[in-house]
Every structure is written in C-alpha cells, then in structure tokens.
Design a protein around this ligand. Structure first.
Ligand SMILES: *Cc1c(COP(=O)(O)O)cnc(C)c1O
Length: 366
C-alpha cells in the first residue's frame, strides 16, 4: 500500500452522524446555520482571536479578504507558496511583487521587503510556510511605517502559537484553510480572522453575494459560504485536534532522531517561543550525495510518495510565462530551496516504523 505525504484526519463515523442528526430535523443545510455559528464560536475560543468568519475554502477566503480591503495595485508576497496565494492576488486584479525568502524559515525575508515598496504598493501578503511563523514583528514595523495592511496566508499555521498568541492574531487579517489535507479540516473550508468589526461585516456580506440585508446589496459579492455539513465536520475534528497534533509531534520527533546531524540534510529549525502544529516535515538536500529528485525517485519506487512542496515556485508557473516580474531568478533563495526540498509523509496515524523505513531509504548509500 502506498504511503502519501498526508492523510486526512477524520472523527469516528458515529460521532459525525450524531453531529449531523439535527440537520434532518431543521432542514437548514447552509447559510450560516447553527453548526456554522457554533464552529465560529469554538474556533474563536481556541484561537483566542477577534472577529472571524468562515468560508467555503481558504482560497476564496483569501480572494474575499483582498476584495474587502479594496486593494488595487501591487501586493508584496513570496513565490514559495501554494498556487492559491499568487492566484488570489492576480484574480483580484492586483499585481504580485515577489520578495525572496529567509533560508531558515522559508518565509518572506523582511531584509528584502522594504526595497520592494513603491507608491504602487497597497499591501503585504506573507505566508507562514509549513507552519513556521513569519517575522511578524519586523514585517509589522515596516508595514506600519509605510501605512500598508498585512494579510497573512496562515493556511499552514492553524494550531501554531507564539508565546500563547495564535497565528490568527498577527497582521491586519489572517486566512486559514481547513482543506482535507490540513492539520484541522472541515473537508473543504477556510476562515478569515481580523481586528475590525467593519471589515468582518464586509467579509460576511461579500461571501453571500454582497447581500447585507433583504433589501440592501452594497457589494458585487460571490458565494463563499461554508455549509452545515462542513461545519459539523469541523466541530468533530476540533475535539480531536490536540491529540492529532500530539501524534504528529511524535512523528516529527522520530524523523528528527533519525535524520539530525546528517551532513547535507537540513531539517526545519525550531522557532523560539513557538508552539508548532507539525503540519509538514520539510527536508532540504543541500550538499547531500544524492539530489532531491534522486531521493524522491528512491522513495517513490517503494510506494512512498513525498511532495516537492513548493516546487515549482509560483513565479515560474506556465500560466504566468512572459509576465513582467514573474522570474524565479529574482528570488534566488526561494529558487534554491524549491530545487532541493522534499516534504516527507506527515500525519497523525503515520506508523513510526514507516518513518524508520523512510529514513533508512533516505540514508542508504548505494
Ligand atoms: C491550502 C492552501 C491554500 C488554499 O486553501 P484551500 O482551502 O485549499 O482553498 C492557500 N495557501 C496555502 C499556503 C495553502 O497551503
């Protein structure tokens, strides 16, 4: 049987059935029903954050938050991310300006940020890659000095806390994804957390066709509401989140034990004061006798399918070929990491013996 990079967390079948039973009584399947309201309340409690609203997925959450800020111009971001981040900027009519990444955290390098700010810049959109937090303090300082909003793509960072403060609280807004492959899932889903009731109201209107009340339609909105079945899945999965993260931690520690200290293999560093969610297990092969692609092939031959995550960089995507500013050579650190990184299988129920086998294959000399 193949081992994939991830495996979705699911609650016991009976628990989910019990959770959705009342939907058969109410016949209220979507449009901010009781499950939606309950999940919002429980997530706000867990994240200890301000205003939040749920979305049908993380990508539409991101598109809607860009629209809610009414942004038109250049948004500084990074190409070392999932397609969604860059596509959301472009689909919103804005222009991404790519900043290189820090080689240790793989997140936007604040050293290189200020030089990219021009009179056309309207926002900064960094990504908490693999759950590593961005340098939120320095990014926040620079943004404040220039009067720019910061929107975090926190799709990887649900369950990450710094000194007890959740990733939801940094920046002017943070987007989470609750996709099936994320640490916490609602099958498909997402959320935006912010610090402004006014912005929240705009987000709530935008995700429901721009309808504010029965007779008031102030925005040209789309449909990005989370339905009751997804919210119910979230309510169930949230009850098991802590034990899921604890199990992921054991997997990460097993990898650490086996791989640490190997010349040419760089593991993800720990950030001081940061409680991780162990979302991914990235390994960078730099100066190792075998290339990333050779290790990938070696694992794949044994039915173990890691991911070259994030390769290619979004500024190298075919759909952007020829656009000015889309050049992976302009972000050389990101380019080098993208060519040498592999995210290894990581999920709560991954057997430790499988972790051992994966590490043996990586360390084998042929
Ligand atoms: C998963 C992900 C998204 C998109 O979220 P969906 O819920 O799948 O739409 C955006 N950004 C990053 C970094 C992601 O990993």
């Amino acid at each position: 049987m193949s081992v994939f990079v991830t495996r979705s967390s699911m609650p016991p079948f009976e628990e989910y059935c019990e959770e959705i039973r009342e939907l058969w009584d109410s016949h209220w399947l979507t449009n901010m029903g009781t499950k939606h309201r309950q999940l919002e309340a429980e997530l706000k409690k867990y994240l200890n954050c301000g205003p939040m609203t749920l979305f049908t997925n993380g990508h539409l959450a991101l598109e809607n938050v860009i629209e809610a800020f009414d942004l038109h111009g250049e948004i500084i971001t990074t190409p070392f991310t999932f397609a969604s981040t860059t596509h959301a900027i472009v689909r919103s009519g804005c222009t991404p300006v790519f900043c290189d990444i820090d080689p240790k955290t793989y997140t936007l390098d604040p050293e290189k940020l200020e030089a990219l700010i021009t009179e056309r810049t309207v926002a900064i959109l960094p990504v908490h890659v693999y759950g590593n937090l961005c340098d939120v303090d320095r990014i926040g300082d620079i943004a404040k000095r220039h009067g720019l909003p910061v929107i975090y793509d926190a799709a990887h960072a649900f369950g990450v806390f710094r000194d007890g403060v959740s990733a939801a609280c940094f920046g002017d807004a943070a987007m989470f994804s609750f996709h099936a492959t994320k640490v916490f899932n609602t099958i498909e889903g997402g959320a935006v957390c912010c610090h402004s009731e006014e912005l929240l109201q705009r987000l709530c209107d935008l995700k429901n066709f721009g309808i504010h009340s029965e007779e008031e339609v102030p925005y040209v909105g789309g449909n990005a509401k989370m339905n009751e079945f997804c919210a119910a899945m979230g309510l169930c999965n949230l009850r098991h989140l802590e034990s899921e993260i604890a199990k992921r931690r054991l997997v990460a520690e097993r990898y650490d034990t086996r791989l640490a200290g190997t010349e040419g293999i760089r593991l993800n560093g720990k950030q001081p004061g940061v409680q991780s969610n162990y979302a991914y297990y990235p390994v960078v092969f730099d100066g190792y006798p075998y290339t990333r692609d050779e290790i990938f092939a070696r694992l794949a031959a044994e039915g173990i399918i890691p991911r070259k995550y994030f390769y290619p960089l979004t500024n190298a995507f075919g759909c952007y070929a020829g656009r000015p500013g889309f050049d992976p050579a302009s972000t050389p650190v990101a380019q080098r990491v993208a060519a040498s990184v592999l995210t290894l299988p990581m999920y709560a129920d991954l057997p430790l013996e499988t972790v051992d086998r994966i590490c043996e294959l990586i360390l084998e000399k042929d």
